[in-house]
Design a protein around this ligand. Structure first.
Ligand code: NDP
Ligand code: MG
Length: 385
């Protein structure tokens, strides 16, 4: 029985993780779950899964939950960052699945690693903002970081049994998002509702906007660098609108190994939880007679400058990726609140990156400070315009 703590159980990845647990009650147990503010959903999850702990990040919501929870419930309610850190480090937990959105996941992830918990990582912003720190801590503590992101799970699976020295490059596939094929002039006035309509995946709001700007792929390039220890120039992105080939690895003898499947996040979630084993599922099987067309094209970096910005940050190193991530988190929220336009996202990211004085080998405290300063800088820029 694998005992799991889920950071962000009420989100798109969190609920699909609980689907996997529900289907396999003899294999997995949800020992702890958490949400930011969704009291109604976490209450249902507490009743169904009976975890030992449930964290509501927002204090008032935690109070609300305490009032609503059944009197005989054995679930202990916690709150805030202390609550997340506690459920990330419980003795009885084998693996922490990080499915919160944003770099808020960094501190609990570091805490889990220091307490020698394996990590099933969906929360890519944590690796983008502090990849070196997280991977070094994982190495020191002999902890596995198992990718949940579908592309990285595909790369991870395509690396099985191979020698790292034989890897020539990693090829990440991108669906192209809802605006594939469009040009800058078509996108100047698009709304959040158009941006939220992803063709192949049903995901949380932040990652859906990131997919529409291709920042998601930029974040994934950075994530891949840290997970697989490859150089930025050895990570390629190719647009593959069908989302069947989830990503690939090219080897030095010219062989390419890929992982394919119908788009369903439950598969990479389950693989991260069962690795190195596999477990039977009833997920849809790929029918090659129906999936007759698999196409690939170059990403359009002129129309989608966020991907280019991410590559530039990765090449420059230091704390540029921390700034990229923090600025993007703020700007995506502003876009979701109808306060800025689609191209304001790359515009303001570029401004704060140009102003940034990067440092090498930043500590956790320095990263948290730069993250906070970047958020303030972006807000200042926006209020002056
Ligand atoms: P959602 O927005 O659907 O869910 C986010 C979860 O985090 C919710 O449980 C939410 O709680 C919680 N949360 C949000 N803000 C905070 C906070 N400040 N403190 C504590 N908890 C918080 O996101 P997704 O599930 O789509 O994405 C989660 C992560 O996984 C992201 O990093 C994303 O990039 C990555 N990912 C997602 C994929 C997908 O298919 N969705 C695919 C690959 C990666 P509440 O419900 O109360 O708001
Ligand atoms: Mg992905």
């Amino acid at each position: 029985m694998k005992k799991i703590s889920i950071l962000g159980s009420t989100g798109s990845i969190g609920t699909q993780t609980l689907d996997v647990i529900r289907e396999n009650p003899n294999e997995f147990e949800a020992v702890a779950i958490s949400a930011n503010s969704n009291v109604k959903m976490i209450l249902e999850q507490i009743e169904e899964f009976k975890p030992k702990y449930a964290v509501m990040y927002e204090e008032e919501k935690a109070e609300e939950l305490k009032k609503l929870i059944k009197k005989d419930s054995k679930t202990e309610i916690l709150s805030g960052m202390e609550g997340l850190k506690k459920i990330a480090s419980l003795d009885e937990v084998d693996i922490v699945l990080t499915a919160v959105v944003g770099m808020i996941g960094l501190v609990p992830t570091m805490c889990a690693i220091e307490n020698k918990k394996d990590i099933a990582l969906a929360n890519k912003e944590t690796l983008v903002t502090a990849g070196e720190l997280v991977m070094n801590a994982a190495k020191e503590n002999k902890v596995k970081i198992l990718p949940v992101d579908s592309e990285h799970s595909a790369v991870f699976q395509s690396l099985n049994g191979e020698n790292k020295r034989d890897v020539e490059k990693i090829i990440l596939t991108a669906s192209g998002g809802p605006f594939r094929g469009k040009k800058r002039e078509d996108l100047l006035n698009i709304t959040k509702n158009e941006a939220l309509k992803h063709p192949n995946w049903d995901m949380g709001r932040k990652i859906s906007i990131d997919s529409s700007t291709l920042m998601n792929k930029g974040l994934e390039v950075i994530e891949a660098k840290w997970l697989f220890d490859v150089k930025a120039e050895d990570i390629d992105v190719v647009v593959h609108p069908q989302s069947i080939v989830h990503s690939m690895v090219q080897y030095r003898d010219s062989s390419v190994i890929a992982q394919l499947g119908c788009p369903d996040m439950r598969l990479p979630i389950q693989y991260a939880l069962t690795y190195p084993d596999r477990m039977e599922t009833n997920f849809e099987r790929l029918d090659f007679r129906k999936a007759s067309e698999l196409t690939f094209e170059e990403p359009d970096l002129e129309t989608f400058p966020c991907l280019k910005l991410a590559y530039e940050c990765l090449e420059k190193g230091g704390t540029y990726c921390t700034v990229l991530n923090a600025a993007n988190e703020v700007l995506v929220n502003e876009f979701l609140d109808d306060k800025i336009g689609f191209y304001d996202i790359p515009k303001y990211i570029k401004i704060v990156l140009d102003e940034h004085e990067s440092i090498e080998n930043a500590s956790l405290e320095e990263i948290l400070k730069i993250d906070l300063e970047t958020r303030e800088n972006v807000k200042k820029l926006l209020s002056n315009n």
